[in-house]
Design a binder for this molecule. Structure first.
Ligand SMILES: [Ca+2]
Length: 206
């Protein structure tokens, strides 16, 4: 909720300062997104110019509002939790589309990134951890990687290329819970092993 303004003794000045400095209270906005309406599809943790990013997919035939969604990233034991909130107004993902959140500043986005999260989280994505996508307290989707002996977990993040959901499998918030449906995309585009940001993933090798 926005802070109420009290125009009493010198509080008017405080109020002006709050209005000038306070972040937009978008955290309080709950987007109308249900469980399974988005699915995490690809993760890149490499610190080269192509950068670190997460890709989301809309597996349904209706557009999904993204503003107000949050991504919570942590190590496997829950340590080092960070929250990325999509604060920009009017963000949406078209039917069957892909959306990339990258570790970039919002005023300096490369063409393969839709939204820059560096203001919220400017660290390296953990080589083993999990990512949860929330609409307020509703868990929309999650992916775990790097956990041994767990069929729900993909491999650790690759040191180059991306951790990529198998493009030959129908991607949903359920199918991406199966570790065997993930592989490394290490295709070299001539400059980087950049994966397939904003696009359907390549098929994993059998
Ligand atoms: Ca992709």
């Amino acid at each position: 909720m926005p802070r109420p303004c009290n125009f009493g003794f010198f509080l008017a000045l405080s109020c002006v300062l709050f209005l000038a400095c306070e972040r937009e209270p978008i955290e309080q906005f709950c987007p109308n997104v249900g469980v399974g309406e988005l699915a995490i599809s690809e993760i890149r943790g490499v610190t080269d110019a192509a950068g670190q990013w997460f890709e989301l997919h809309n597996p349904n035939d209706t557009a999904v509002n993204l503003t107000g969604l949050s991504l919570r990233l942590a190590k496997l034991d829950g340590a080092g939790e960070w929250e990325i909130v999509l604060r920009e107004q009017g963000l949406s993902l078209e039917p069957f589309g892909y959306f990339v959140l990258g570790r970039f500043n919002s005023d300096d986005l490369p063409s393969h990134v839709d939204y820059g999260y560096a203001a919220d989280f400017d660290g390296d994505i953990y080589s083993a951890g999990f990512l949860q996508l929330y609409a307020c307290e509703t868990l929309i989707d999650q992916v775990i990687w790097g956990q041994d002996d767990n069929s729900a977990s993909a491999e650790i993040l690759p040191s180059d290329g991306t951790l990529s959901f198998d493009g030959a499998v129908v991607l949903t918030a359920e199918s991406n819970d199966i570790g065997a449906n993930w592989c490394y995309d290490e295709m070299d585009d001539g400059f980087y092993k950049s994966g397939t940001p904003k696009e359907m993933n390549r098929a994993c090798e059998p």
